[in-house]
Design a protein around this ligand. Structure first.
Ligand code: PHB
Length: 249
């Protein structure tokens, strides 16, 4: 693959173009993309046009660019995330029917909780989670579960970097976090009141495949809601998802 004078490959430049899109920046002009990807305008325009021709990017009537449906299609093809989501969805619906708040499925991705699915009741309370969005592992209930069962190297890496307080109640002290993670492994669930937002409590449990924790299943409840029904519903759903994953092998 040809390298530019700065030494980065064409693949690097394409990745930078794609990564210039984020949760809160889903459409951009080619000029914005060039700036954010740190590329000369002519290079960015050429890559954008090529990616549009391949269907990986799409252009709207106002000449703004967004990620293409083809990218979504290719990303899901045969992905472990899709298998997990399919196994989880019927059981997430059960949790949703019982608890009537938000129900989410997340995996650990580059030291963050990446959300694969979210079901929400029309009258449910606040929730900042988005599908294909990320939350810090030390702050979200799903992230705490994923961190508790992660490879020790991952845990040490996360605990050795400065931890940002998402809310006043986020646990950022490494030794307090270590104690919390130990208690999650002992109890098999976490209740995280106010860790992301003062108004809500996250409750999460691990989901295992072949003995390894592969996901976290969570609900976000209004702060004053009792958590026991959610812990029970999530634990039952996690067992059923695990059975479904086992049976689909
Ligand atoms: C959580 O998982 O703890 C959580 C996530 C989103 C919110 C609140 C809590 O808005």
């Amino acid at each position: 693959m040809a390298n530019s004078p700065s030494g980065d490959s064409m693949t690097d430049r394409i990745v930078r173009v794609l990564e210039s899109f984020s949760d809160d920046r889903t459409t951009q002009t080619a000029t914005d993309i060039a700036r954010r990807a740190g590329l000369p305008a002519s290079t960015a325009h050429r890559i954008v046009n090529d990616l549009i021709a391949a269907g990986l990017l799409e252009r709207d009537e106002e000449n703004r660019v967004h990620l293409g449906m083809r990218l979504w299609e290719l990303a899901l093809r045969g992905s472990s995330a899709l298998r997990l989501r399919q196994a989880a969805l019927p059981h997430m619906e059960q949790v949703q029917m019982l608890i009537r708040e938000h129900t989410q499925l997340a995996v650990l991705e580059h030291d963050e909780a990446l959300f694969l699915e979210r079901l929400s009741h029309p009258d449910a309370g606040a929730n900042i989670t988005r599908v294909a969005g990320r939350l810090p592992v030390h702050a979200s209930s799903s992230g705490l579960v994923l961190l508790a069962y992660a490879h020790p190297d991952v845990r040490e890496r996360v605990l050795s970097t400065p931890l940002r307080a998402v809310s006043k109640e986020t646990v950022t002290d490494p030794s307090a976090l270590r104690t919390l993670l130990t208690s999650i492994r002992r109890r098999g669930f976490v209740v995280a009141p106010g860790s992301i937002e003062a108004v809500s409590t996250g409750v999460a449990v691990p989901v295992r495949d072949r003995g390894e924790v592969v996901a976290a299943l969570s609900v976000v409840l209004p702060r004053e809601t009792a958590t026991e029904p959610a812990i029970d519903a999530l634990t039952t759903a996690a067992r059923r998802i695990e059975k479904s994953l086992h049976d689909s092998r």
